[in-house]
Design a protein around this ligand. Structure first.
Ligand SMILES: NC(=O)C1=CN([C@@H]2O[C@H](COP(=O)(O)OP(=O)(O)OC[C@H]3O[C@@H](n4cnc5c(N)ncnc54)[C@H](O)[C@@H]3O)[C@@H](O)[C@H]2O)C=CC1
Ligand SMILES: O=C(O)/C=C/C=C(\O)C(=O)O
Length: 479
């Protein structure tokens, strides 16, 4: 499929500088992607502003909810096409794209269409006695208005899911969007623009530009004076760069950044469930999900058995996808080497698999289980974003909490125990935005989603997203 920009209701991109789209499965070139110039980004921001001044700005919440439902239905009608495009860009297993990425994109649009109806407005009756013009009786009520033009910058790991996770609430709240997906994964975003076009969303309400980040489309967009807010998912260092750029115009940001997520496995856990859940939380999408576990802490009586079983499951994994790019494969492998230099014992993996087919030219790394590193090791502290975890023992609940919280990140954690009292005691003491007990990545789209420390700024999900993408205005009416 051909990646194109979508600006002011029209597909563009021909004649622009372009760059190759590489298949991560075998390293071959699959196509070319246009690189948005500053003029293209300007045009997209202008088109978004015009949409707000025109038909999209005039749309009622009911109109917007209906549009979101039509987009959801449009994706559903082209389900297989979306799955194919997601698999082609990322190399992820088809089952994963068909079970998670595309259904969640549909779900994101439906959820925010539903949520619009659940939103109330707050009112306060006010009686101020006294002597000045500020005295009297009044009704204060608070309404919410859209922020305006919103930039959405999304990564390559869950391209459609994470793009729609921000686009749906931004549109629901009445904003116009300029989206820039990752340069590695332009295809499902282009298909989404096709659906938006088919359903007849007013021109400029949703715009799409492709291209790189630093010194390119991403930076042009996030530093643009016409952008009123930025919603970003990606690496923490990129978040910092975007924040510096956004500071120029005091543009508000919502950031969903990296993680180094711990799993705490207590000896009283259902061991099979903990093992199966940890295999999922470490290795799903080859560890390229910000919620994936990279640090596994196991209560000492269970430690040897659990670490050995986890390593055995890792060695048994077959249907897994590649790293997104050669550069990312090299980064993950550099951490495998670093871990060994830092003194790790490799219980499983640690290298590059050999398949004996075209995948040997792709960007695969082995599912890997490490142990034996101190909490200060870089491989235990830095986000690797690959199919790898480090397993370490703990002796007490306090020690487990100390180890879990000893991280510059604070995105997600899992706790595995049969002791409910312990679960309730431990979960709120973990320094993370999301804690799963006896499960992982069980998502309710209404719940707050985001991280603390280097893992992000703000929360998305449900009302939290609608709050970010709108501004409260208080109206005071004296009576
Ligand atoms: N926590 C998460 O959800 C994710 C984390 N990552 C982390 O990021 C690492 C590198 O992956 P990348 O795709 O390069 O992530 P990234 O953070 O560099 O890119 C994410 C998005 O930001 C854009 N971008 C990059 N620099 C920018 C800038 N200065 N201004 C505006 N936009 C910019 C990119 O073009 C892309 O659309 C991974 O190895 C992983 O550690 C990557 C994807 C998701
Ligand atoms: O919303 C979800 O269910 C998953 C979100 C995952 C990320 O934000 C990520 O991996 O970047």
């Amino acid at each position: 499929m051909k990646a194109e920009h979508y600006v002011g209701g029209a597909f563009t991109g021909d004649g622009e500088r372009d760059f190759p789209l590489i298949d991560p499965v075998d390293g071959t070139e699959r196509g070319r992607v246009p690189e948005a110039s500053r003029a293209t980004v300007d045009a997209a921001v202008r088109a978004a502003r015009q949409a707000l001044d025109g038909a999209w700005g005039a749309a009622s919440p009911e109109d917007r909810a209906a549009a979101l439902r039509e987009i959801a239905a449009g994706i559903e009608a082209r389900f297989d096409e979306f799955v194919d495009a997601e698999v082609a860009d990322t190399g992820k297993p088809r089952d994963l794209a068909a079970a998670v990425d595309v259904p969640r994109a549909i779900g994101n649009f439906r959820a925010y269409a539903d949520l619009l109806y659940g939103r109330g407005e707050r009112a306060y009756t006010t009686r101020v006695p006294g002597w000045s013009g500020g005295a009297g009786e009044a009704l204060n009520y608070t309404v919410r208005r859209p922020l305006g033009v919103v930039a959405v910058i999304s990564p390559w790991n869950l391209p459609l899911l994470l793009l729609t996770w921000k686009v749906a609430p931004a549109l629901a709240a009445g904003n116009a969007v300029v989206a820039k997906p990752s340069e590695e994964t332009p295809s499902t975003a282009t298909l989404l623009a096709g659906v938006v076009h088919e359903v007849g969303l007013p021109a400029g309400a949703f715009n799409l530009v492709h291209g790189h980040g630093p010194g390119a489309a991403g930076e042009f967009l996030t530093g643009h004076p016409g952008v009123d807010a930025i919603a970003f998912t990606g690496e923490s260092a990129t978040g910092a760069a975007i924040m510096r750029n956004a500071a120029e115009h005091v543009t508000p940001v919502s950031f969903e950044l990296g993680g180094k997520n711990p799993a705490l496995i207590f000896a009283d856990a259902d061991v099979e469930a903990a093992l199966e859940g940890t295999v999922r939380s470490v290795f799903t999408h080859s560890g390229q999900i910000c919620l994936c576990t990279e640090r596994v802490y196991v209560e000492r009586p269970l430690f040897e058995e659990f670490a050995a079983a986890l390593a055995e499951r890792a060695r048994g994994l077959r249907d897994y996808g590649p790293m997104i790019s050669a550069a990312h494969r090299d980064k993950v492998l550099s951490y495998y080497r670093l871990a060994v230099e830092e003194g790790a014992t490799v219980l499983a993996g640690g290298g590059v698999p050999v398949f004996g087919d075209r995948r040997d030219n792709g960007f695969y790394v082995e599912p890997t289980v490490l142990t034996g590193l101190p909490p200060t090791a870089r491989a235990v502290r830095e986000e690797i974003f690959g199919p790898v975890c480090h397993v370490a023992p703990f002796d007490t609940e306090e020690e487990a909490l100390r180890l879990a919280n000893d991280s510059p990140y604070g995105l997600a954690a899992t706790v595995w125990t049969r002791d409910l009292a312990r679960a309730h005691r431990v979960a709120p003491r973990i320094a993370a935005g999301i804690v799963w007990v006896n499960c992982w990545n069980l998502r309710d789209l209404r719940t707050p989603f985001g991280g603390i420390k280097a893992s992000g700024i703000g929360r998305e999900g449900g009302e939290y997203s609608l709050d970010f993408f709108s501004e409260p205005v208080n109206v005071c009416v004296r009576f």
